[in-house]
Each structure stands twice: as C-alpha cells, then as structure tokens.
Design a protein around this ligand. Structure first.
Ligand code: NAD
Ligand code: ISE
Length: 334
C-alpha cells in the first residue's frame, strides 16, 4: 500500500514537493492538503484528487494521513511538527525547523517523549550530488586536513517579505547546516561583515559576509548576495593542507560561439537543487513507510541551525562576533 501523505502549505515549495511526490516518486500518494489560503488549498486539492482540510491540525489528525509534509511559513512549523509528533506520525518539515531555539528545544523534548525520531528537516543540500562528491573527496583524505571553506550563496532576487534577518534565517541557514554536516563539527562563533550595499538591494544590507568558526578550527566564509539578478549561483571550495576541492559548474553544457564560451546559470533553487529534493523526499518517504528512522537532518540539526542563526542575526545587528552555545546533544540524535 502506498504511503498516504498530507501536505500543509501549498505555496511555491509545497506545490513543487506535491509534484515530485506524484510524478517522481513511487509508493507515495498525496491524499490531503491544507493552507490558510483556503481557495488555494481547494484548487490544489481539486487538481490532484486530494482532500482539502480547512486547518493543518485537522489534516494531521486525519486517520487517512500516514505522514505529513510541512511547507507553510517558518513561524508556523513548530505547531504542526508538535502536532505530528503527538499523533505519532513521521513529519518532513521544510527549513527552518522553527524560528527560535526555544521552539526547537520543545520539538526535541516532544520527540524524546515519543521515544524515537519522527522529524526530518528540509536541508536538501546534504542530498545534492555535487556536495556529496565534495564530502567524499574531503573524507578520503586526499586534500589533507581541512583548513578553510569559501562559500557563495547568490540569489537572483528574493521575495518582498525579506528583511535583513531573512538573509541569515532563510538563506545562510543552508550553509549553516551544510558545514556542520560537511566537517562533522559544530559552529562555535560567528561574525557578519557588511561590505558596500548593492544598488540592486533596495533597503537590504546586501551583500553580507558571514564568517563561521567551527569547533575543529576550520574557518568558513559565506558570501550572501540575494539580488545578483543574473541567476542562482551556489559555490563552495575547501582548502586542505595538501590541495583543494570545489563544486563543479552545474551547467551541463558549454556553448562556444562568437568568440565566447558560456552556459546556462540555474534560475533558482528549484532549478539548481531539483534532483536533491527528489532524493531527499524519496529517502524520507521510504523511512516514513517503515524502512527505519529517518537518517537525514533531524530535530537536533534544526535546533543547531536555529541557535547559529540567532547568533548570526545578533552579529549582523551589533557588528560584534557572537559565541554559539548548544545544549548537550540528547542520545536520540547520536
Ligand atoms: P510560500 O509563501 O510560497 O508558501 C507558503 C504557503 O504556506 C502559503 O500558501 C501560505 O498561505 C501557507 N501558510 C502560511 N501559514 C500557514 C498556516 N498556518 N497553515 C497552513 N498554511 C499556511 O513560501 P515557500 O517559498 O513555499 O516557503 C515555504 C517554506 O519552505 C518556508 O519555510 C521556506 O523557508 C521553505 N523553503 C525551502 C526551500 C529550500 O530550498 N529547502 C526553498 C524555498 C522555501
Ligand atoms: C529560500 O527560502 C531557500 O530555501 C533557498 O534554498 C535559498 O537559496 C533562498 O535564499 C531562500 O530564500
């Protein structure tokens, strides 16, 4: 029997995940949706033959729903993730897990009360073929011990709701999770530098340079530019003692004409990370269907990302370095 999934939040990524669960994945049916925009939910439900629930909590409680995907706005995630845990249902929550470290602690406490992992957070870069290849080279030891990583996270543009903090909490949060996974080490201190602002940035302090210090003394710099106009450009290079490894060009072709060489730049995150989202949701659905606890990023990772994000927001506002302090990691996440 196929896994019956309910999706809360039928906006951009909610609809994209519904499409992939229906067309790319086997063994999954999207049977229910919910959105505060009831008309949107009804339209999406009608298009796929699902039930539209007036409320996300009702969807979670429905006996016809085996597992839940949360794609609503970040501030609403805690409520739905806690409700899914209380119902004992596996839940895939888009990033961020929640918008404060206290909320993430409440989620971890609820999961501990349940006694096994139910939560996966949508940090899809861990499933990206290029980042996995980067990690494989790093872990093989051929470039020696890692010393630094240079990252760039460039968006063509961002939604109108973006405030300065969102550049950290919605954008940089991907690198925050990524480097913890890449180096197997927690982030202990952050700082944020503000270069001259781009004329394309409106009121935003854009670009920013985020500097992350890891417990293993690796130093990471992340250029955050969210209005570059030319496309979605994600870069990463690790410097080791004996060499370097960097993400390759994501373009599949190079065009040579009129004395120039070039190729396509992805338009946005759907374009660049489409295959990573496919693998992420396929693995999550397999675990939700009974193959075992999710082995992707969990509530602990969501919590660590929230603590680092809060520290980075403080660093952005004050211009000072901020130390990161995590609680002891509960045994459930070993
Ligand atoms: P969006 O605004 O397009 O869609 C969000 C939807 O949630 C809207 O339709 C809204 O009406 C609905 N919603 C809001 N509050 C709700 C509530 N209480 N109950 C039910 N529905 C509610 O936003 P989006 O771009 O799809 O982003 C949604 C989430 O996905 C955010 O947390 C965002 O950070 C995350 N996201 C992740 C990635 C990624 O690369 N992993 C990319 C984009 C967005
Ligand atoms: C968006 O919410 C995402 O998660 C994208 O992956 C990221 O690149 C973008 O900056 C965010 O706005």
């Amino acid at each position: 029997m196929s896994l019956r999934v309910g999706v809360i939040g039928t906006g951009m990524i909610g609809r994209d995940h519904i499409r992939r669960m229906r067309t790319v994945q086997a063994g999954v049916s999207v049977v229910a949706v919910a959105d505060v925009d009831g008309e949107l939910a009804a339209r999406v439900a009608a298009g796929i033959g699902a039930v539209a629930h007036p409320d996300g909590r009702e969807l979670i409680a429905s006996p016809g729903v085996d597992a839940v995907v949360v794609c609503s706005w970040g501030g609403t995630h805690e409520e739905y993730v806690l409700a899914a845990i209380a119902a004992g249902k596996p839940v895939f929550c888009e990033k961020p897990l929640a918008t404060s470290q206290q909320a993430c602690l409440r989620i971890m406490a609820a999961e501990a009360g349940h006694g096994s992992r139910l939560v996966q957070v949508g940090y899809m870069r861990r499933y990206d073929a290029a980042y996995r290849a980067l990690k494989q080279v790093l872990d093989s030891g051929v470039i020696g011990a890692p010393l630094m990583m240079h990252c760039a996270h460039r968006n063509a543009g961002v939604p109108d709701f973006y405030q300065p903090d969102n550049i950290i909490t919605d954008t940089a949060v991907h690198e925050i999770d990524l480097v913890r996974w890449m180096f197997g080490s927690e982030i202990v201190r952050v700082r944020v530098l503000r270069p001259r602002a781009s004329r394309n940035a409106g009121e935003l302090p854009d670009p920013l340079l985020l500097v992350l210090e890891l417990a293993n003394e690796v130093l990471v710099d992340v250029e955050l530019s969210v209005n570059v106009r030319y496309g979605y450009d994600i870069r990463g290079e690790i410097l080791g003692e004996d060499g370097t490894v960097s993400l390759g060009d994501p373009g599949l072709v190079a065009v040579r004409r009129a004395g120039q060489v070039g190729g396509p730049v992805p338009a946005d995150w759907r374009d660049r990370f489409g295959a990573a989202y496919d693998v992420e949701l396929r693995d999550w659905a397999a675990s939700a269907a009974g193959s075992g606890p999710p082995d992707g990023p969990g509530a602990w990772d969501g919590y660590a990302a929230a603590v680092v994000s809060e520290a980075a927001v403080r660093a952005l506002r004050t211009g000072e370095p901020v130390t990161v302090t995590l609680v002891d990691r509960p045994k459930l996440y070993d």
